[in-house]
Design a protein around this ligand. Sequence first.
Ligand code: A2P
Length: 279
Amino acid sequence: TQVTEAAPIRATPALPDAQTVTEVTHWTDRLFSFRVTRPASLRFRSGEFVMLGLMGDPHPETGKRKPLLRAYSIASPSWDEELEFYSIKVSDGPLTSRLQHIRPGDQIILRPKPVGTLVHDALLPGKRLWLFATGTGFAPFASLLRDPQTYQDYDEVIVTHTCREVGELAYGAQLVESIRQDELLAELIGEGFADKLRYYPTTTREESPRMGRITDLLRSGEAFEELGVPGIAPDTDRAMICGNLAFNLELKDLLESYGLIEGANSRPQHYVVEKAFLD
Ligand code: A2P
């Protein structure tokens, strides 16, 4: 009998879970945002994250390439046709040293399995929602702030953003401004919705109208005074935290000192926390 050895068909290696970059914006030399096509089947809740990245370099011996993925909060609202992400650029970061060079038309890898705790489902009903961010920790809030439910569920939404320098506030500042002028949101939830949204940016290493870490401004009472709120209490206030590790821990302690309890998807409570992506 004759055995024919068929040569395997060599298809052009397509990226698994590939999506195409549609837009890239560089905000500072450390920060950029980008938009990609959205997998048709992808559903997510505002505030969730996905694993995203690029194909890694070939293994020195085997020559095999593995995807290099990191957790990225989805910054776009769940009704958007595309997905938006907000990222730091780390010059020696395995992923972001390369990811920062993507351009429209390039492909990235996106695992379509959104998860996360910064979701409305993990919080009990309340009157005032606090969103506390540092740096790229603003990303999940960029999604939540464009979600009508955020304004339907709360009388007041206060988003604080602490960054080292003024330029690092630009992404968030522009987003808040665009939300205030968003006619669709106004139509959906009423003209007055924009008045519910309070924006409280602070810088720590460059002069700006409001200086200092939000943690210190809460502790001193300065933030409450300026915002005209009595304080933070478990019967009225809900909070989401997303920033660097030290910030998350410090704010967690602070919220617990006010009597708030940490929640989860399976056990909604007063506040939730998630670490911002760092390469
Ligand atoms: P600072 O400049 O005083 O360190 P980073 O870019 O390092 O992630 O920091 C982002 C922002 O978070 C900075 O303004 C930084 O302030 C602030 N920050 C860092 N650690 C804490 C903390 N434990 N509590 C509050 N803010 C913090």
